[in-house]
Design a protein around this ligand. Structure first.
Ligand code: BES
Ligand code: MG
Ligand code: ZN
Length: 505
């Protein structure tokens, strides 16, 4: 998308669609009287109740005779409810409407006096909302998919401030954030026969090459040499070999702080011998959404050249059924040396993460650690689909992750990790059991992971409820920059903003 910023009187802007925003409770102030003819038309629409300014309302008017062929008036809702998230949402809805009528060019008005936000925030929210809102997953149909129509030219008309380099930069930044999230969405949406551990690693290699990231791809023999037996146990029932992808970005000082990211990469979760039901197995190709979020975040961090060092580890395998599958009752010796009694082969995520968390800490000195995973169905019961579950061993670090959540409009909610929960994963014959039963299932999963992070400040993000949306989750109703159906890219923008926050401290 070509992005231009302009400082021009609205009446002089030549565009196929000029997008204006109005607050529900300030309609008079909002309507731009750049021509008598248009203004009276808008007043008429307000008078008859057709234009209310309600959040996400769209009013498209053909101007005939103006420089702008159409004016799109987007409702922002009440001023007191305004947020950057709403500006993103409204930008997304506007772009979809432009695409719906087969246009590929638009001008969005960013009136800083009206919105009362900085020019940077305004530009970022507009480009980020549009890039996320226009996302479509390409289908695998025999006949070519209908032309993918995108917006090829976006102008942002800034009112109230002179355009600065920072605003231009922020506009590009928003697009990069959107594109990196869309990368994660593409990976999550790809079916399991197409996106295997091997092909995921190939995608990672491509991203690494494009962005100058260090990359190491561990194959089976190296995974064996590292004694990542928990990953190997989960992989035992698969024909597809496992991979562990390590990415490195060194944008900070040599001796500077290092952020470690670990993402769960189960490219298909059948449950293993503790087989899932047919309904709950559906869509389990999304079980690598944590790894996808990490890859998206690494691309975003690198493309924005954040001054920080980041190491990412993505353990990748399927969890399938076969004569070689790991079994219920097995005792597996993890890379850390701690042993695990397998009570349920469907609790495979924590096993591969245990080895990855242990590996990343010995690979490099890690100052902050985040893991992200579609880990438990229990988090869906607790928090539903609107927010990600978060758990930590370090409240101060958690607060920074929470801040990243607020900036990225990715909601997270903390659950406690009291030591008492340890009782639930105590085993008679090994160091731990791999499940703690159904009470507090998300917490006991995190308590298990905590045994593998040492003393490093760590936050665990459970995205089982937020990584995938469909009609039943109702999120689309609230959030037009989320897809109606499919992978959301949850975590990519949050992890980017976390890296940014850490780079500024
Ligand atoms: N991949 C699932 C979790 C999941 C559930 C992701 C729903 C996305 C949507 C995970 O591997 C799993 O199966 N967890 C079990 C753990 C249990 C056996 C302790 C679960 O949640 O039932
Ligand atoms: Mg499972
Ligand atoms: Zn899983």
């Amino acid at each position: 998308m070509k992005i231009d910023l302009v400082n021009k009187p609205l009446a002089e802007i030549e565009t196929s669609a000029l997008v204006l925003t109005v607050f529900e409770d300030e309609k008079d102030r909002n309507i731009y009287c750049f021509d008598d003819k248009l203004n009276s038309r808008l007043n008429k629409l307000i008078g008859c109740g057709e234009l209310t300014g309600k959040f996400k309302e769209v009013t498209m008017i053909h101007t005939d005779g103006f420089m702008a062929e159409r004016v799109l008036i987007m409702g922002l809702g009440k001023r007191c409810d305004f947020s950057l998230e709403r500006l993103m949402a409204v930008s997304a809805v506007a772009a979809r409407n432009i695409r719906r009528v087969n246009l590929d060019e638009m001008t969005v008005v960013g009136d800083l006096n009206l919105l009362e936000i900085s020019g940077e925030d305004c530009c970022r929210a507009i480009t980020e909302g549009i890039t996320l809102g226009l996302y479509k997953f390409k289908k695998y149909t025999k006949s070519q998919q209908k032309d993918y129509r995108a917006i090829s030219q976006l102008s942002i008309a800034i009112i109230g401030k002179v355009i600065s380099d920072e605003m231009v930069h922020a506009a590009l930044n928003g697009e990069i954030l959107g594109e990196s999230t869309n990368l994660a969405r593409d990976l999550v949406n790809a079916p399991a026969n197409i996106l295997t551990p091997v092909t995921f690693a190939e995608h990672a290699a491509r991203i690494a090459q494009e962005n100058n990231l260090g990359i190491k791809i561990l194959e089976r023999d190296e995974i064996e040499a590292e004694q990542m037996n928990a990953i190997l146990a989960v992989n035992a029932g698969s024909v597809e070999p496992p991979r562990v992808v390590v990415l490195e970005y060194n944008g900070g000082f040599k001796e500077g702080k290092v952020l470690g990211l670990v993402g769960k990469g189960i490219t298909f979760d059948s449950g293993g011998l503790s087989l899932k039901s047919r309904d709950s197995m559906f869509r389990m190709h999304c079980d690598m959404a944590g790894a996808a979020a990490v890859l998206g975040a690494m691309q975003c961090i690198a493309r924005n050249r954040l001054p920080i060092n980041v190491v990412a580890v993505m353990p990748l395998t399927e969890n399938l059924v076969d004569a070689h599958s790991y079994k219920v009752g097995d005792v597996v010796s993890t890379r850390e040396g701690k042993t695990v009694e397998i009570l349920n082969t469907d609790a495979e995520g924590r096993l591969i993460l245990a080895d990855a968390l242990s590996y990343i800490r010995s690979y490099r000195n890690i100052d902050y650690l985040v893991d992200i995973a579609t880990l438990t169905g229990a988090i869906v019961t607790s928090l539903g689909h609107f927010c990600t579950g978060a758990m930590t061993n370090d409240q101060e670090f958690f607060n920074q992750v929470e801040k990243a959540g607020q900036i990225s409009c990715e909601k997270i909610w903390q659950l406690p990790l009291f030591d008492d929960y340890m009782a639930q994963i105590q085993s008679d014959i090994a160091d731990y059991e791999n499940t703690g039963g159904s009470p507090a299932g998300s917490i006991t999963a995190a308590i298990f992971l905590k045994q593998f992070v040492g003393n490093v400040p760590w936050v665990h993000l459970d995205i089982a409820g937020t990584a995938w949306m469909d009609e039943s989750t109702m999120t689309y109703m609230k959030n037009p920059f989320l897809p109606k159906e499919g992978g959301t890219g949850a975590g990519t923008r949050l992890l980017y903003h976390l890296a940014k926050i850490l780079s500024e401290n």
